[in-house]
Design a protein around this ligand. Structure first.
Ligand code: IMP
Ligand code: MG
Length: 179
Protein backbone atom coordinates (compact mmCIF):
# COMPACT_ATOMS: atom_id res chain seq x y z
CA UNK A 1 0.00 0.00 0.00
CA UNK A 2 1.22 3.52 -0.75
CA UNK A 3 1.24 5.86 2.19
CA UNK A 4 -0.85 8.92 1.44
CA UNK A 5 -2.13 7.49 -1.84
CA UNK A 6 -5.47 9.17 -1.20
CA UNK A 7 -3.71 12.54 -1.31
CA UNK A 8 -2.37 12.06 -4.83
CA UNK A 9 -4.09 13.63 -7.79
CA UNK A 10 -2.88 12.68 -11.26
CA UNK A 11 -2.11 15.64 -13.50
CA UNK A 12 -0.13 13.93 -16.29
CA UNK A 13 -0.80 10.34 -17.29
CA UNK A 14 1.85 7.75 -18.14
CA UNK A 15 0.55 7.69 -21.70
CA UNK A 16 0.98 11.44 -22.13
CA UNK A 17 4.46 11.35 -20.65
CA UNK A 18 5.63 8.54 -22.89
CA UNK A 19 4.35 10.16 -26.06
CA UNK A 20 6.02 13.46 -25.13
CA UNK A 21 9.27 11.63 -24.33
CA UNK A 22 9.14 10.08 -27.80
CA UNK A 23 8.76 13.51 -29.41
CA UNK A 24 11.70 14.89 -27.47
CA UNK A 25 13.89 11.88 -28.29
CA UNK A 26 13.01 12.21 -31.97
CA UNK A 27 13.94 15.88 -31.92
CA UNK A 28 17.23 15.26 -30.09
CA UNK A 29 18.09 12.37 -32.42
CA UNK A 30 17.75 14.65 -35.44
CA UNK A 31 19.91 17.32 -33.87
CA UNK A 32 22.96 15.18 -33.15
CA UNK A 33 23.43 13.11 -36.28
CA UNK A 34 27.18 13.68 -36.57
CA UNK A 35 28.52 12.80 -33.14
CA UNK A 36 26.94 10.99 -30.20
CA UNK A 37 25.81 13.36 -27.46
CA UNK A 38 26.40 12.67 -23.78
CA UNK A 39 23.29 12.70 -21.61
CA UNK A 40 24.08 13.85 -18.10
CA UNK A 41 21.24 12.80 -15.87
CA UNK A 42 20.78 14.66 -12.60
CA UNK A 43 20.27 12.11 -9.84
CA UNK A 44 18.00 10.92 -8.54
CA UNK A 45 14.88 12.51 -9.98
CA UNK A 46 15.67 12.21 -13.68
CA UNK A 47 16.58 8.50 -13.82
CA UNK A 48 13.20 7.35 -15.07
CA UNK A 49 13.03 10.15 -17.63
CA UNK A 50 16.56 9.51 -18.94
CA UNK A 51 15.95 5.75 -19.10
CA UNK A 52 12.87 6.23 -21.27
CA UNK A 53 14.48 9.03 -23.28
CA UNK A 54 17.62 7.16 -24.35
CA UNK A 55 15.61 4.09 -25.32
CA UNK A 56 13.62 6.25 -27.75
CA UNK A 57 16.77 7.68 -29.34
CA UNK A 58 17.73 6.34 -32.75
CA UNK A 59 21.34 7.55 -32.73
CA UNK A 60 24.30 6.52 -30.58
CA UNK A 61 24.48 8.25 -27.25
CA UNK A 62 26.35 8.06 -23.97
CA UNK A 63 25.13 8.57 -20.44
CA UNK A 64 26.57 9.80 -17.17
CA UNK A 65 25.25 11.03 -13.85
CA UNK A 66 25.70 13.97 -11.53
CA UNK A 67 24.18 14.51 -8.11
CA UNK A 68 23.58 17.62 -6.09
CA UNK A 69 21.33 18.16 -3.14
CA UNK A 70 18.83 20.96 -3.36
CA UNK A 71 15.63 19.83 -1.75
CA UNK A 72 14.77 18.34 1.59
CA UNK A 73 11.09 17.63 2.09
CA UNK A 74 8.85 20.08 0.27
CA UNK A 75 10.86 23.28 0.70
CA UNK A 76 13.78 24.47 -1.43
CA UNK A 77 17.18 25.05 0.18
CA UNK A 78 19.04 28.23 -0.63
CA UNK A 79 22.36 26.60 -1.40
CA UNK A 80 23.45 23.54 -3.35
CA UNK A 81 25.79 20.76 -2.31
CA UNK A 82 27.76 18.79 -4.85
CA UNK A 83 27.46 15.05 -4.08
CA UNK A 84 28.59 13.17 -7.20
CA UNK A 85 30.57 14.46 -10.17
CA UNK A 86 30.51 13.08 -13.71
CA UNK A 87 33.05 10.39 -14.54
CA UNK A 88 33.57 10.84 -18.29
CA UNK A 89 35.42 13.49 -20.22
CA UNK A 90 33.07 16.03 -21.81
CA UNK A 91 35.81 18.17 -23.36
CA UNK A 92 34.63 19.21 -26.88
CA UNK A 93 31.56 16.98 -26.59
CA UNK A 94 27.87 17.79 -26.97
CA UNK A 95 26.25 17.53 -23.56
CA UNK A 96 22.55 17.27 -22.82
CA UNK A 97 21.66 17.83 -19.19
CA UNK A 98 18.61 15.79 -18.25
CA UNK A 99 16.57 17.12 -15.35
CA UNK A 100 13.29 16.01 -13.82
CA UNK A 101 11.94 19.45 -12.99
CA UNK A 102 13.04 23.06 -13.05
CA UNK A 103 11.51 24.73 -10.04
CA UNK A 104 13.40 27.85 -8.86
CA UNK A 105 16.11 27.23 -11.42
CA UNK A 106 18.87 27.14 -8.78
CA UNK A 107 19.97 23.58 -9.55
CA UNK A 108 20.10 23.91 -13.32
CA UNK A 109 21.99 27.22 -13.09
CA UNK A 110 24.56 25.63 -10.78
CA UNK A 111 25.05 22.49 -12.86
CA UNK A 112 25.22 24.31 -16.18
CA UNK A 113 27.92 26.61 -14.81
CA UNK A 114 29.91 23.66 -13.40
CA UNK A 115 29.79 21.74 -16.67
CA UNK A 116 30.73 24.80 -18.73
CA UNK A 117 34.06 24.87 -16.86
CA UNK A 118 34.84 21.48 -18.44
CA UNK A 119 34.85 22.93 -21.95
CA UNK A 120 32.08 20.96 -23.69
CA UNK A 121 31.34 21.79 -27.35
CA UNK A 122 27.73 22.50 -26.47
CA UNK A 123 25.37 22.22 -23.55
CA UNK A 124 21.66 21.78 -23.99
CA UNK A 125 18.99 20.99 -21.46
CA UNK A 126 16.05 18.61 -21.44
CA UNK A 127 13.67 18.78 -18.51
CA UNK A 128 10.54 16.74 -18.08
CA UNK A 129 8.75 19.44 -16.11
CA UNK A 130 9.13 23.16 -15.57
CA UNK A 131 7.38 25.68 -13.35
CA UNK A 132 7.70 28.79 -15.57
CA UNK A 133 6.02 31.08 -13.03
CA UNK A 134 8.88 30.68 -10.56
CA UNK A 135 11.86 29.50 -12.60
CA UNK A 136 14.61 32.12 -12.52
CA UNK A 137 16.86 31.39 -15.49
CA UNK A 138 18.38 33.63 -18.10
CA UNK A 139 18.87 31.05 -20.85
CA UNK A 140 16.62 28.93 -23.04
CA UNK A 141 15.64 25.42 -21.99
CA UNK A 142 15.95 23.38 -25.16
CA UNK A 143 13.36 20.70 -24.38
CA UNK A 144 10.57 21.04 -21.83
CA UNK A 145 8.21 18.08 -21.49
CA UNK A 146 5.42 19.91 -19.72
CA UNK A 147 4.99 23.29 -18.08
CA UNK A 148 3.12 23.01 -14.80
CA UNK A 149 1.74 25.34 -12.13
CA UNK A 150 3.96 25.95 -9.08
CA UNK A 151 2.66 22.99 -7.11
CA UNK A 152 4.64 20.17 -5.55
CA UNK A 153 4.46 17.07 -7.72
CA UNK A 154 5.64 13.47 -7.42
CA UNK A 155 5.95 10.40 -9.63
CA UNK A 156 7.96 9.35 -12.70
CA UNK A 157 11.17 9.83 -10.73
CA UNK A 158 10.10 12.77 -8.59
CA UNK A 159 9.87 12.17 -4.88
CA UNK A 160 8.55 13.51 -1.64
CA UNK A 161 10.97 12.43 1.11
CA UNK A 162 12.30 9.73 -1.27
CA UNK A 163 8.88 8.21 -1.87
CA UNK A 164 6.60 8.03 -4.94
CA UNK A 165 9.42 7.94 -7.53
CA UNK A 166 8.00 4.68 -8.87
CA UNK A 167 4.57 6.05 -9.78
CA UNK A 168 4.08 6.00 -13.54
CA UNK A 169 2.27 9.32 -13.89
CA UNK A 170 2.81 12.78 -12.38
CA UNK A 171 0.71 13.59 -9.32
CA UNK A 172 0.08 16.65 -7.20
CA UNK A 173 0.78 15.80 -3.60
CA UNK A 174 -2.06 16.81 -1.32
CA UNK A 175 -4.15 17.35 -4.42
CA UNK A 176 -7.38 16.33 -2.79
CA UNK A 177 -7.01 18.61 0.19
CA UNK A 178 -7.73 21.74 -1.82
CA UNK A 179 -10.82 20.32 -3.52
P1 IMP B 1 15.30 24.04 -8.27
O1 IMP B 1 16.76 24.11 -7.96
O2 IMP B 1 14.49 24.88 -7.34
O3 IMP B 1 14.98 24.33 -9.72
O4 IMP B 1 14.82 22.60 -7.92
C1 IMP B 1 15.17 21.56 -8.68
C2 IMP B 1 15.16 20.26 -7.93
O5 IMP B 1 14.29 20.23 -6.80
C3 IMP B 1 14.66 19.22 -8.88
O6 IMP B 1 15.76 18.60 -9.49
C4 IMP B 1 13.88 18.28 -8.01
O7 IMP B 1 14.71 17.23 -7.59
C5 IMP B 1 13.44 19.11 -6.85
N1 IMP B 1 12.04 19.56 -7.01
C6 IMP B 1 11.62 20.79 -7.39
N2 IMP B 1 10.28 20.86 -7.46
C7 IMP B 1 9.85 19.62 -7.13
C8 IMP B 1 8.52 19.04 -7.06
O8 IMP B 1 7.47 19.66 -7.31
N3 IMP B 1 8.49 17.73 -6.70
C9 IMP B 1 9.59 16.99 -6.44
N4 IMP B 1 10.83 17.49 -6.50
C10 IMP B 1 10.96 18.81 -6.85
MG1 MG C 1 16.29 16.77 -9.58
Amino acid sequence: MYSNKENLKEIISEEKILSRVKEIAYDISNKFLDEPPIFISILKGSVIFVADLIREMNIDCEIDFIQVSSYSGASSKESIDFIKDISININERDVIIVEDIIDTGLTINFIKEKLLELNPRSISIATLLMKPEIANIDFEIDWVGFEIAPEFVVGYGLDFNQKFRNLRGIYILGGNESE
